[in-house]
Design a protein around this ligand. Sequence first.
Ligand code: 13P
Length: 251
Amino acid sequence: MRRKIVAGNWKMNKTASEAAALIDGIKAATAGIDQVDIVVCPPFTDLKDAAAACAGSNVALGAQNVHWAESGAYTGEISAAMLKEIGVQYVIIGHSERRQYFGETDDSVNQRTKAALAAGFTPIVCVGETLQEREAGKIEEVIVRQVTEGFKGLSSAELAKLVVAYEPVWAIGTGLTATPAQAQEVHALIRRTLAAISDGATAETIRIQYGGSMKPANAKELMDQPDIDGGLIGGAALKADSFADIIKAAL
Ligand code: 13P
């Protein structure tokens, strides 16, 4: 049995003081829940206050990106050591907004994932097709490419440590959710692809989250699917109650 993992991707929302207040609200609303991994991923500037708010609780801390180099001339980037010192445990990599607006590629995703694993983080690596790719019948081509290229050179032991998030780009922030059957179909494809680049036993252990307009009303039916092991939540993670309700749907 794979342990479910529900993570909030706050994107570019919340100041540091707002982050601490939201985490306090999440802790109160999820007190005593220890059967699901709960993660919040605030912006970099919030991480220090967020770490203090998460300390000693059931809420773990993630960042929204990490650079592959140890240090150096990479203006605007953040290294693994910087995140490590604050107490970050998870790192989102390759979100479609990074791919779409900031030139992230399968190759940069690969480099960031390797650096995150080397630093001992749990990478949450995002894949997903656009509406255009879906309508052109290219889901399999896109997903297989993103998984095989993004994870190129990783051993089975390394793959077993990461989390994959399937986020159909057309479902992000649009209110359009993949149906449970549509999502399950792609999750199963991702697992088959993971098996092809490692082995069946390893692929069975890797958690695959769904992301894209997941909310309390649809979370349970999505997470009830055999290959959906949690959620990566955007908008609904910005309020303690709705985020907690999604976590409860994973129980
Ligand atoms: P929404 O939940 O706002 O659609 O965002 C999903 C997402 O991109 C999480 O990473």
